[in-house]
Write a protein that binds this ligand. Structure first.
Ligand code: COA
Length: 687
């Protein structure tokens, strides 16, 4: 069955692409398009061609599933050349997303008309490749060099109505009467008919348009692209290629980016980014069998976390009751929310109207009866079992029977929290990461008695909140904080063994982490983890266990909030002062820890081994059911470099035998309680 349909409407040939779910440019689609174009070109009755897509979107780019195999003919440049050189005018009718190869197709058409809600983008770099069919070069001619380069190197999609991209479309079909695709198609056909009647449509090749090079500050652009691309080298490669080719024709420049595309598609970075893309899709909740019955939400606690959770829900359009104990704490919390929204509005991230609507969705209260009718309550109060149990007992008393009762606890045993209610099946963990309205990761904690329907509802909800959710079981720190703690433990141990604060942070920045781990501790507050650990006995088999944090907290160095932590924040550029060096040395000496020489590689390797060791245990204990969840947690919770795919993906490249041998060595040095014996082959794929 062909993936394209053609029909005649008067003198207009309508070519409809129908390849659900996203009309990706698979080899079959490319081939079917070419066949249809040949047939239409032979029909002398055709005065114009209208190209559009069935379903919710225009073409969303290459079929990524084909990237692991050899590229098969016909290739996209052939389809694009056929469209661009078509004997009659070609009009692309755009809706939904116009991405990657889809944008390259649209840019090669002679005219573009679009639904104003359409998004356009060249996301190739976020998959470790580059637009290989001249899309960036044609966009330079349509919307200017700088705007096109920004689009292609950022990988981010923008609304077609964004002023910088105005010239991309010849018309926006902003008639409010259409609500369906047929309506849009009717408007598109009408536009083509009128333009034909007026004699305004002629075949015109975008590649032949003059290129206005404008005044681009390439040096500044290169620095900006490098900053935002982080550990992904591809955006800068593309930028350099486009800059080098500025004086060349589209065809010549396209052959260079095509070559780059073919070279990059099998690179490790591209494989890692594809791995990240597909694991995000795989772990997304299945499309809901039952409609989600959550309209109104209660949040207990208007502190930093509770406020950010309320914002997260209001951003997704939910009504929120924000509950606090005192009027004073409540009004301070509501004020913080207002300031935050107004800040987003001032920065242009949301409109004033969106800002007002979202603020109005959050209503404060100090009265538990105001959460009686909400469908879901998320408790974000002080991290103490006693406090949480008393809140849950109260919620159990006031909330309607169908309410789901969720806790945002980071470490506490949710089974014990559930025991404070007479409905443990309705109690679940919703562990947000700070700042909750920004961080993508959400742990849904499935406690012993949580009903499967409740977990399913939380998974659906996560999608609405635009979170990347993983479902995990109960253990200290659940999956994410438990692994992050293990990473933190190894870092503190290396400090005691003689690695410096700067060495550690620089090594992990060099690895590609979003921030150095000690700078992260300073930012979040060294006392937070310290207080959580203080509720549990110190592991006797690990004498140095977070002793550096303890020493800093005892010295009043809690991080940025006190101006002193691992770093001293009294100057514009934070520095490590002598007091910290002495403190760490003193703890190491007291414990009799042997000093070692560290370098970037040895630090990166130790932390990586610790991540894998704990990840394997988390999988072994069934805390996560899929090993892909590990990579998702690190990518979306802790700033692990996406271009490396996540620890489990890296472990596959590293090789099991080599990892096993290195862990064995650590076990000999530090004991099997810290480095347990693990059959890594059970958890890590082998090439
Ligand atoms: N190739 C192959 N499959 C693709 C795809 C592509 N380019 N884009 C999306 N899909 C698949 C998804 O894996 C998902 O499959 P599933 O239903 O089996 O899980 C399905 O299409 C729907 O995608 P989803 O992301 O769930 O839908 P959405 O409506 O939330 O988002 C897009 C749609 C197009 C915005 C999003 O999928 C996307 O950004 N895709 C990547 C586009 C891209 O990078 N193209 C350039 C390739 S070089």
């Amino acid at each position: 069955m062909s993936l394209v349909n053609t029909r005649m409407v008067g003198q207009i040939a309508v070519l409809e692409i129908n390849s659900p779910p996203v009309n990706a440019l698979s080899v079959q689609l490319r081939s079917d398009m070419l066949k249809a174009l040949t047939t239409i070109a032979e029909n002398t009755d055709v005065a114009a061609l209208l190209l559009h897509c069935a379903g919710s979107t225009f073409i969303c780019g290459a079929d990524i599933r084909e990237f692991d195999a050899e590229p098969l003919s016909p290739h996209l440049p052939e389809v694009i050349a056929r469209l661009e050189n078509f004997p009659v005018p070609v009009v692309a009718l755009l809706h939904g997303h116009v991405l990657g190869g889809g944008l390259e197709v649209a840019a090669a058409c002679h005219y573009r008309i679009a639904d104003p809600q359409t998004n356009i983008g060249l996301p190739e770099v976020s998959l470790g490749v580059v637009p290989g069919a001249g899309g960036a070069q044609r966009m330079m001619r349509l919307v200017g060099v700088e705007n096109a380069v920004q689009l292609a190197t950022s990988g981010r999609a923008v609304k077609v109505t964004q002023p910088e991209y105005n010239a991309f479309c010849d018309a926006l079909l902003s008639d409010t009467s259409f609500s369906h695709l047929e309506g849009l198609l009717a408007l598109g056909l009408h536009w083509v008919e009128l333009a034909l009647q007026k004699g305004e449509l002629v075949p015109r090749a975008t590649a032949n348009m003059a290129l206005d090079q404008g005044e681009v500050d390439w040096e500044a652009l290169t620095a900006k692209v490098a900053r935002s691309a982080k550990s992904n080298p591809v955006p800068n490669k593309l930028l350099a290629q486009l800059q080098r080719d500025l004086c060349l024709s589209v065809q010549e420049s396209e052959s260079h980016t095509r070559h780059l595309f073919l070279e990059l598609r099998q690179s490790l970075v591209a494989k890692a980014l594809r791995h990240a893309f597909f694991l995000e899709k795989k772990l997304q909740a299945p499309r809901g069998k039952q409609p989600l019955r959550i309209d109104q939400v209660g949040v207990i606690g208007a502190g930093t976390m509770g406020g950010a959770i309320a914002i997260c829900f209001a951003d997704a359009g939910f009504k929120v009751v924000l509950l606090e104990q005192s009027e004073q704490a409540l009004s301070a919390g509501l004020e913080r929310i207002k300031v935050q929204y107004q800040g987003s509005c001032d920065k242009g991230r949301i409109t004033q109207q969106q800002c007002d609507v979202r603020i109005s969705l959050i209503n404060g209260s100090c009265d538990y009866s105001d959460v009686a009718d909400v469908d879901l309550v998320i408790e974000a109060a002080f991290e103490s079992m006693e406090v949480k149990q008393s809140i849950f007992a109260k919620l159990d008393e006031v909330c309607k029977k169908s309410s789901i009762l969720a806790t945002n606890t980071s470490y506490l045993d949710i089974n014990l929290i559930a025991q404070a209610t007479a409905r443990p099946e309705s109690v679940v963990g919703m562990h947000f990461f700070s700042p909750a309205n920004i961080m993508k990761l959400l742990e849904i904690v499935n406690a012993d008695q949580t009903a499967p329907a409740v977990v399913e509802a939380m998974q659906q909800l996560a999608k609405k909140l635009r979170k990347q959710a993983v479902t995990v079981g109960v253990c200290f720190g659940f999956a994410a904080n438990r692994m992050y703690s293990r990473y933190g433990r190894e870092i503190q141990q290396m400090l005691l063994e003689g690695a410096s604060v700067e060495q550690i942070d620089n090594a992990m920045l060099d690895f590609g982490m979003a921030m150095g781990p000690l700078a992260v501790l300073d930012l979040s507050g060294i006392d937070i983890g310290h207080n959580a650990r203080a509720q549990y006995p110190q592991p006797e088999y690990d004498p140095g266990y977070f002793k550096v944090s303890t020493a800093l907290v005892n010295a009043g160095r809690l991080g940025r909030k006190t101006g002193l932590g691992f770093y001293n924040y009294s100057t514009a550029k934070p520095t490590v002062d002598q007091e910290v060096v002495v403190l760490i040395k003193k703890v190491g000496d007291e414990l009799g820890i042997t000093q070692q020489h560290f370098n970037t590689e040895s630090i990166q390797q130790r932390t990586f081994l610790a991540m894998i060791s704990e990840a394997a245990q988390v999988i072994e204990e069934g805390i996560v059911s899929e090993k892909e969840a590990i990579d998702l947690i690190w990518l979306h919770g802790y700033g692990f470099p996406r271009a490396k795919g996540g620890p489990m993906f890296m472990a596959e490249q590293y090789g099991i035998a080599s990892l096993q041998a290195k862990m064995e060595k650590m076990r000999e040095l530090q004991g099997e309680k810290i480095w347990p014996s693990l059959e890594l082959a059970q958890y890590i794929n082998q090439d």
